[in-house]
Structures are given as C-alpha cells and as structure tokens.
Design a protein around this ligand. Structure first.
Ligand code: SAM
Ligand code: SF4
Length: 336
C-alpha cells in the first residue's frame, strides 16, 4: 500500500506537527489567557500519551519529521519525559522540541534531554522581575533564568527565547534582549502579538510591528547581519550582532505573513487537528484513534481545508472581507 504524503491544495508538504498536551497552565499571560474564568477541558477529553503517540506513529509514515510539544503549559502534565521517549522511539521522527514558560523546567531539563528531547523554546517577555510578574500574572523570572542555565548544561541547544513584543509593555527591553546574545549562544525570537481568539481592543492597543526591533539596532548603530539558518527556526528572519555568540530573530505573522512556506499542522490537547492556527476549522481525530486508515483520511481531509494564508493582516485594517471564520480558541487552547 502506498501511504499518501501530507500535501495541501497549494502544494505545501507538511513535516511538522505541533502537539498541545494540555490546555491548562500555571501562568495567565496577558496576551494568552484571561485573569479569571478560564474554562478547561475535562480530563477525559484530553488525549493520553498513548493516544498522542499513536497519532504521531501514523502520520510519521505520511512524512511528519518534527514534533513540538506545547500547551497550555506542557510541564504541568505529569511525567512529560514518558511522552518524549514514546515519540522519540517512532521511526521517522528526527526532532522533538518543547515550548514552555520555563517555570518548572530547571529540575527536569536533564531528564527531558535523556528521554530524547532535542531543543527548547522558552517564553520570556521581560527580564525585569516585577514586570515579568505583571505580564504573566504571577511568574518568577528567576526560575525561568535558572531554566535557561539548566538547559545549556543539559545540552538542549540551540536554546530559543520567545519574546512577544507589546507596545508600551516590554518594547523598552528590545536592546536588553539583544544584548543577551553577545555573550550567550542563545537565539532570541521577537514575536508579533497575534489577534488569536480574543479581545480586539487589547490587541489593537498592544500590537507592535517588529520593524521596531531593527529601528532599535539602528538607533544604537549596532552592526548586524543576516544569519542563513538557526536550526528549526521555521518562519523566523534571523540576525547576529557583529561578534555575538548568539543571534536574534523576527517572527512577524501579522505584518508579513509567511504562509507560503507553512509546513505545520496542529493537534490540540482535546484531540482535534487544526490545519491553520488562525481559522476555525478543526477535525476530531480523538474519536478515530485505533483506526490508522481513518486517522490518515482525517489528516488529508483537514489539509484539504487549509487556507492559502491566514489573512491576519486584514485584522489590522479591520477588513471584514476574510475568506474563513477566525477561531474562537485562545492560544493556550491551540498551542501557539
Ligand atoms: N506555555 C508555553 C509557553 O508559554 O511557552 C507554551 C504554550 S504558549 C500558547 C506558546 C507560545 O505562544 C508562547 O511563546 C507564547 O508567548 C505565545 N503566545 C501566546 N499568545 C500569543 C499571542 N496572542 N500572540 C503571539 N504569541 C502568543
Ligand atoms: Fe500559559 Fe504559555 Fe499562555 Fe502564558 S503563553 S498563559 S505560559 S500557555
């Protein structure tokens, strides 16, 4: 039997699956979750590790090579190392990454590495303790900094830091984040605040295009040059300050979409395939786990609905003429 590849109607072949392992989180970042009243999926809707591994096994045969574990906060799920080891054992999987807020990571970095994790992205939106606490609604920045050190020690590299840039909240720290890359081999990724699943007014107030990052470098007369690739950097546009050990990147899904090279699919914690982050389409694969052919067919059906691009820039202009319905899921209910 010839197993079909994961190719969408626009000829894009998919090699990358982002798996949300939980919709729960120990933090409540202002751009991701409300302070109170967040409702979570009941435990019996959440995919078990065995179910997740089963889906990955089937679609690895269809061409998936890279997996990222995300959430909610993936490290609130018990013994995540077990899932990492299960996925690492699947033929065809070459790369297993983790996106985490880093609060619980330091004591687990070595165990995760041993289980087969290759890389981590750590979210860190401020280096200032009080501000970090405000943005995350309660987080301790020192724990995240300790996790960065623990990952470097465990050999989880390259370490990437995800910084969601927000107007008037952390844009005065752009230079501090870039300065971090002078001495340390880390990759700082500035990410545009996306209008996913929530509050238009807040997004309009806080959204800042990433052209600001280059302006900051220019104001300081820093010399920087383009870096061709940082492992697993996907849609990021990457730069290095002259003589720096690390690098920095810009991910601008809103101001300049990069959908033409999109090779990613998403699996939500409650067992839905999402072909596009921004739109409402979702396919419940949970109900067919155990039937490999049905899983394959559902992935192909999901891919068949994948839009050419997410049209987030139309949000910027308030343009009502969009081709799909925006998702009502929040970022924590998709996985970012
Ligand atoms: N809890 C983990 C963390 O924070 O890294 C993983 C899940 S989180 C949803 C994944 C990524 O999405 C994080 O880097 C977070 O900063 C980012 N994110 C969440 N909401 C966002 C938004 N509205 N716009 C841009 N990035 C967002
Ligand atoms: Fe939690 Fe990550 Fe969302 Fe922050 S961005 S609330 S850490 S899921």
């Amino acid at each position: 039997m010839t197993i079909p590849r994961l190719i969408d109607p626009f000829g894009r072949e998919h090699h990358y699956l982002r798996i949300s392992v939980t919709d729960r989180c120990n933090l409540r970042c202002v751009y991701c979750m409300p302070e109170e009243g967040m409702e979570f999926e009941p435990a019996d809707h959440i995919l078990t590790y065995e179910e997740i591994a089963d889906v990955v096994r089937v679609i690895a045969e269809m061409g998936i090579r890279k997996v990222r574990l995300t959430g909610g906060e993936p490290l609130v799920r018990k013994e995540l190392e077990k899932l990492v080891a299960m996925i690492a054992a699947i033929p065809g999987i070459e790369d297993i990454a983790l996106t985490t807020n880093g609060i619980f990571l330091a004591p687990r970095a070595a165990l995760l590495k041993e289980a087969g994790l290759t890389r981590v992205n750590i979210s860190l939106d401020s280096l200032k303790p009080e501000r970090f606490k405000m943005i995350t609604r309660g987080g301790d920045v020192q724990k995240v900094l300790n996790s960065i050190d623990a990952c470097a020690k465990a050999g989880l590299s390259p370490i990437k830091l995800n910084v969601v840039l927000m107007n008037g909240l952390n844009d005065d720290e752009i230079a501090d984040f870039i300065e971090m890359t002078r001495e340390r081999d880390i990759h700082v990724r500035f990410i545009e605040y996306m209008p996913i699943g929530h509050n238009d007014a807040q997004w309009k107030k806080l959204y800042l295009p990433l052209t600001r990052v280059k302006e900051v470098c220019e104001e300081r007369q820093w010399k920087f040059s383009a870096v061709s690739s940082v492992q697993g950097s996907g849609p990021s546009e990457n730069y290095r300050l002259e003589g720096a050990a690390g690098s920095f990147g810009l991910i601008h899904p809103v101001s300049e979409h990069f959908c033409q090279t999109c090779n990613r699919l998403r699996l939500t914690a409650d067992g839905y395939i999402k072909p596009c982050l921004a739109w409402t389409e979702q396919f419940q694969v949970r109900s067919v786990i155990g039937d490999d052919e049905a899983i394959r067919q559902m992935f192909l059906e999901a891919l068949g609905t994948k839009p050419e691009n997410h049209e987030m820039s139309k949000f910027l202009k308030g343009d009502p003429d969009i081709s799909h319905t925006p998702t009502s899921r929040r970022m924590s209910q998709i996985g970012g």
